[in-house]
Each structure stands twice: as structure tokens, then as C-alpha cells.
Design a protein around this ligand. Structure first.
Ligand SMILES: NC(=O)c1ccc[n+]([C@@H]2O[C@H](COP(=O)([O-])OP(=O)(O)OC[C@H]3O[C@@H](n4cnc5c(N)ncnc54)[C@H](O)[C@@H]3O)[C@@H](O)[C@H]2O)c1
Ligand SMILES: O=c1ccn([C@@H]2O[C@H](COP(=O)(O)OP(=O)(O)O[C@H]3O[C@H](CO)[C@H](O)[C@H](O)[C@H]3O)[C@@H](O)[C@H]2O)c(=O)[nH]1
Length: 327
């Protein structure tokens, strides 16, 4: 299939590109490189462009006539979204509507959207299934939920079929070591811990030890980036076969506390991690765990790299590669 991959120079999108190419798809990557890297685009055609630029978007669709669009491009930091809702709604909502409207204009009907567990807000029940109430508590989560709602309306009005994939905590790296997480600044727990292990950072803050969890630290469901990308391939197949919009929560269904992640990083890297106990970070729910039964049943999605040791090992291989080449 000919696929337009928007945001394909970023962390998850670049892994997706590698998998799509290996599966024999024809891919055009569209990315403004605001947080992505040209050298993470391992093949296919690359167009540097911004979703705000509707003329450029129109040209891409005219020239390449994609059959499906995968949309990874957005701003992704929860804390920043609270301080700068303007840029988050602009990029994650308004610019995404540019993309959807261009799809409608060019009669492209298959869309796969990177959504997030942040649409659920503070959970009322765990594990979280697709029917859990959507009460996002920050502009990042709200922006993603707005697009999910717009997509339901675009289906009714224009027959645009979409699958929303709600990732829990994406982590890990390409098992072959070609790609990894390169956020700048990095805010995610596992890559930050690995930067401490490699000596790039002296310490890590643990945001709160007074949560209502087994050891008092927050519990999250970490899912390997490759398993996430596999779900996208299956979602594409599902859209082709059934032409039906749907939403899926993607996680392993198993939670690890921040302290358990620290213990795992110390074991895998054989390095001591210097921790500073800090106050809670605003807006962090105590426990986020996915109920991914729907994806298992309807997409036949079964994560294969679900062990936390494997996730950390692959991310550690990447961190060591980065520090070797860029000390
Ligand atoms: N990383 C996670 O844990 C996580 C969790 C849940 C959901 N998500 C979602 O997954 C998607 C990918 O996340 P990621 O971690 O790979 O982020 P990333 O920042 O590494 O990648 C985003 C890419 O989009 C590009 N981009 C941003 N705005 C653009 C625009 N206006 N025009 C063109 N390109 C633009 C960036 O340059 C970058 O290459 C995001 O939509 C994010 O909200 C990520
Ligand atoms: O330096 C740090 C960084 C994180 N944490 C803790 O580690 C856990 C995981 O934090 P991350 O920042 O790695 O991930 P989040 O769970 O906050 O966020 C993830 O899930 C969100 C959905 O709730 C969004 O989708 C977001 O993009 C995605 O990265 C949290 O309890 C956080 O408080 C620390 O203790 N210290």
C-alpha cells in the first residue's frame, strides 16, 4: 500500500517506517523536523514540511496519492501543554484538521491516529478499557480526545475511516539498534534513567513516594515501541478488510512502579542509579494500566517484547550507541 507517514522522523514514527518498509509498503514521510531527525528516516521518500502549510499538504496528496495516512506528528509533553495550551491546540488539533481536510479533499479514507492514555484522565477503574470515561486533565490529553471526537464526525459526514490507537507508556528501541528515543528535552522515565546509567545525567528525580500503590511510587504500563508499530500494521489490515472506524487501548496489561523500573535499570545496566526523592509531579495518576483485550481480539495483536527487561535492554543498547558516538 502507498502510505503517507506524518511525523515519521520522530521516535515512534521512525520505527514505524522501518517496519512498513520491511513489510513491502511504499512510504512517503512528511515531517517538519521540529523534534524529529532526518537520519531516523531509513528509507522511502522524505518531504520536509509542516502540517500548518495546507498548500504543501495539498501538493503531497496530489503528487503521491496515498491510500492511507498514519499520523504521529504532534507535541507530546503533558507539562508543557499546561503552560502553552495555545501551541498544543494549534499543532495537535488545528494542524491535524488540516491533514484530515486534505484527506477528504483527495478522497483518502484510511487514517491511523496516535492517541494516548492521557485521554482518560484520572482513572475511575483500572485496568482501563476503551469504554472508560474520557476526562482528560491537561491540554495534551484534551487535544487528542478532540481529534478522536472529530474523527467520529468525519466518518459520519465523509466516510473517512479511522483507527485511534491509545498508547500507554511507549518505551524501548529498535532491537537491531538502528533507532531509538531521542526526545529533546527528554522527560520520559526509562530514557532518563538510562542517561543516568551512562553518565550523561548525574541523578534522577522520583516524583512522589506517597501514592496509593504497593511501594508508594506511580505504576505505569510500559509497551515496546516495536509492539506498538505491529499494532499499526494490524490496524491498517483491519481498515482494509472491514472499513470500520475503531479505537484500541495498547499496553501489556501489566503495571510497573517507578521503583521497579529503577531496579530493572540497575539490574540490566549493572550501574547504580542516584535517585533524588522529589514531590509529586502535577497531574500524574497513581496507576495507569491498559486493558488491551479489544486489540487482542479484534486485531489479533499480541505483544511479543513485553518483558520490562527486554524493553530496558533495547533502550540501553541505544543509549550506549548514542553516548559512544556523541560523548
Ligand atoms: N512517546 C510516548 O510515550 C507516547 C505516548 C502516547 C502517545 N504518543 C503519541 O505518539 C506520537 C509520536 O510520539 P513520539 O514520541 O514519536 O514523538 P516525537 O516528538 O518523537 O515525534 C513527533 C514527530 O512529529 C513531527 N512533527 C510535529 N509537529 C509537526 C508538524 N506540525 N508538521 C510536521 N511534522 C511535525 C516532529 O518533527 C517529530 O518528528 C505523538 O502523536 C504522541 O502524542 C506518544
Ligand atoms: O524524571 C522522572 C520522569 C518520570 N517519573 C515518573 O515516571 C512515571 C512515568 O513518567 P513518564 O513521563 O515516562 O510517562 P507518563 O506516564 O507521564 O506519560 C506517558 O503517558 C501519558 C499518558 O498518560 C502521555 O501519553 C505521555 O506522552 C506518555 O509519555 C510517572 O509516574 C512519573 O512521575 C519520575 O519519577 N521521574
Amino acid at each position: 500500500m502507498k502510505i503517507l507517514l506524518v511525523g515519521g522522523a520522530g521516535y515512534i514514527g521512525s520505527h514505524m517506517l522501518k517496519m512498513l518498509l520491511a513489510a513491502g509498503h511504499q512510504v512517503v514521510t512528511f515531517d517538519n523536523l521540529s523534534s524529529g531527525y532526518r537520519d531516523a528516516v531509513l528509507g522511502g521518500e522524505f518531504i520536509q514540511g509542516d502540517l500548518a502549510d495546507t498548500v504543501a499538504l495539498d501538493q503531497v496528496f496530489t503528487q503521491h496519492q496515498p491510500e492511507a495516512v498514519m499520523h504521529f506528528a504532534s507535541y507530546i509533553q503533558v507539562g508543557e501543554s499546561v503552560k502553552r495550551p495555545d501551541i498544543y491546540y494549534q499543532n495537535n488539533v488545528s494542524n491535524t484538521l488540516n491533514l484530515l481536510n486534505t484527506m477528504v479533499k483527495h478522497d483518502v479514507k484510511k487514517f491511523i491516529f496516535s492517541s494516548t492514555a492521557a485521554i482518560f484522565g484520572e482513572p475511575v477503574a483500572v485496568p482501563i478499557d476503551e469504554l472508560h470515561p474520557k476526562q482528560p486533565v491537561n491540554p495534551y490529553g484534551k487535544s487528542k480526545w478532540m481529534i478522536e471526537q472529530a474523527l467520529a464526525d468525519y466518518d459520519v459526514a465523509f466516510g473517512l475511516k479511522s483507527i485511534c490507537l491509545r498508547y500507554f507508556n511507549a518505551a524501548g528501541a529498535d532491537p537491531e539498534g538502528q533507532l531509538g528515543e531521542r526526545h529533546e528535552p527528554e522527560t520520559h522515565l526509562i530514557p532518563l534513567l538510562l542517561q543516568v546509567a551512562s553518565g550523561r545525567k548525574p541523578t534522577i528525580n522520583v516524583f512522589g513516594r506517597d501514592y496509593d500503590t504497593e511501594d508508594g511510587t506511580c505504576v505505569r504500563d510500559y509497551i515496546h515501541v516495536v509492539d506498538l508499530c505491529k499494532a499499526h500494521l494490524l490496524a491498517l489490515k483491519n481498515l482494509e478488510q472491514h472499513q470500520q472506524s475503531n479505537q484500541f487501548n495498547l499496553g501489556n496489561g501489566k503495571g510497573f512502579s517507578v521503583q521497579e523500573v529503577i531496579n530493572t535499570v540497575q539490574r540490566v545496566t549493572e550501574k547504580a542509579i542516584h535517585v533524588i526523592d522529589s514531590p509529586r509531579r502535577q497531574g500524574d495518576p497513581a496507576r495507569l494500566i491498559a486493558d488491551a483485550t479489544r486489540a487482542q481480539r479484534e486485531l489479533t495483536w499480541h505483544p511479543s517484547l513485553s518483558s520490562l527487561d527486554t524493553i530496558v535492554q533495547h533502550a540501553w543498547n541505544w543509549e550506549q550507541k548514542v553516548t559512544r558516538t556523541d560523548p
